[in-house]
Design a binder for this molecule. Structure first.
Ligand code: URA
Length: 434
């Protein structure tokens, strides 16, 4: 590598000094080219995990990761292009609702989506449960579709920020995944490479989120917004609760069905509330209008069926069978279905959301292609936090392609904490960072 040798770059970092833009760029590009060794990169990542990075350094790291691959050129799409990102949760089907709402308002949305990760689901997997739906779009297909119908969902191609994949894999092996600047640069490198002009981040907190505490989630939200703005983008973040699954459905096809219900004006109120709040921010940024007006538009487009119609066009454009909107039985159904009954009476005080997400994944909803995987697998919650329960009542239904074990039934039951006292609900939307 040219410039300062990697050894000196590491020495500076380990002495507690900062690295300049050129050094960070040399390190990242050298790592991608194989000239910086994994142990050298691991040393730097460890030092960053221990001492952090300034906002400026985080931006330089992000930009170096973006420059490791290509950036989508969306300039042929008129208007302010808005992308939305969730930090990940259980039952989080919000993108399926917000993208059509924002597009129905006239905001172009080239939505880059991901796959399931750990206990959290992925929008790409959810959409693929619609028969025929294709999320692997080429750059031209993505752009053409947004130009034609205003929105598209596509999995990020391997050419976008390839450094992130390499670094993430090293972080995974060196216990450096939890570092805030590394998380921010990882998320933002992919978003910036996606080429949108504005971002709305849904940063989740609580048991089912990557950031358990509201304080940590707020720190992540502030950093995502600040670094995006430094990179010349508009950005806003909402802090939303993942202290219980969002809505009642966890699992790919089950969540698509629930999203369709919300688009029809039905469905759980928590899903609707978060979706409207996010969609309003997408519309505010995309159309440069005041918050109140954006909120009214989002509400109206959901209520008058425009968002549902946009979702129909989107499904058709991406090869899916849009008849699922009317005949939800066309969505894949897992063959095994087991009800989990409460053994005590009281009130649901809390739900172990992360454990429930992992259980859904094990039942076949996680990322996978093995015999245990099924697009219809997952869990439907019949009881949520605050609901009264009588012993013998059904708490939830498990769906799986294989027989469900008694242990899995017990594990599900144990995820519901049934108390005698009144439950304390966390605020669903705890703040906005702009
Ligand atoms: N999501 C990402 O894309 N990267 C991280 O580092 C964490 C969550």
């Amino acid at each position: 590598m040219r410039g300062m040798p990697v050894y000196r770059i590491l020495e500076k970092r380990l002495r507690g000094e900062t690295n300049d833009q050129e050094e960070i760029r040399a390190l990242i590009h050298g790592f991608v080219d194989g000239k910086v060794l994994p142990e050298q990169m691991a040393t730097w990542l460890t030092a960053v995990t221990l001492t952090g990075l300034s906002e400026e350094e985080t931006l330089w790291l992000t930009e170096a990761m973006v420059a490791s691959g290509k950036t989508l050129d969306l300039s042929s799409i008129p208007g302010i292009k808005v992308d939305k990102h969730s930090s990940g949760g259980v039952g989080d089907k919000v993108s399926l609702i917000t993208v059509p709402i924002a597009a129905a308002a006239g905001v172009p949305v080239p939505k880059l989506t991901g796959r399931a990760l750990g206990h959290t689901g992925g929008t790409a997997d959810k959409l693929e449960s619609i028969p025929g739906f294709r999320v692997e779009l080429t750059e031209d297909e993505l752009i053409d579709q947004v130009r034609k119908i205003g929105c598209a969902f596509a999995v990020a191609s391997k050419d976008l920020a390839p450094a992130d994949k390499l670094i993430y894999s090293l972080r995974d092996r060196t216990a450096t995944v939890a570092s805030l600047p590394l998380i921010v640069s990882s998320i933002l490198s992919k978003k910036l490479a996606g080429g949108a002009d504005a971002f709305v981040f849904d940063v989740k907190f609580g048991d089912g989120a990557f950031m358990n505490s509201l304080e940590d989630a707020r720190r992540l939200a502030c950093s995502l917004v600040a670094v995006s703005q430094k990179a010349g983008k508009q950005a806003v973040a909402l802090l939303t609760s993942m202290d219980e699954p969002l809505g009642r459905a966890v699992g790919n096809a089950l969540e698509v069905a629930e999203a369709i219900e919300v688009l029809k004006g039905e469905g759980p109120s928590d899903v609707r509330e978060v979706s409207l709040a996010i969609a309003a921010q997408m519309i505010r940024l995309g159309l440069s209008i005041p918050n109140e007006e954006a909120r009214r538009k989002a509400q109206e487009l959901l209520t008058n069926g425009s968002a549902l119609e946009k979702f129909q066009r989107l499904i058709e454009a991406q090869g899916g069978n849009a008849r699922v909107l009317e005949e939800m039985d066309l969505l894949p159904q897992a063959p095994e279905r087991v009800e989990v009954q409460a053994t005590a009476s009281g009130v649901v005080g809390s739900i172990a959301t992360r454990r429930l997400g992992l259980l859904a994944s094990r039942l076949g909803a996680g990322r996978g292609t093995g015999s245990d995987w099924h697009p219809g697998a997952g869990i439907r919650l019949l009881k949520k936090v605050g609901d009264p329960v009588t012993a013998g009542e059904t708490l939830g239904i498990l769906f799986s392609p294989r027989p469900v074990s008694p242990q899995e039934v017990n594990e599900t039951r144990a995820c519901f904490d049934i108390q005698q006292a009144e439950a304390r609900k966390t605020d669903l939307i705890a703040g906005l960072v702009a």
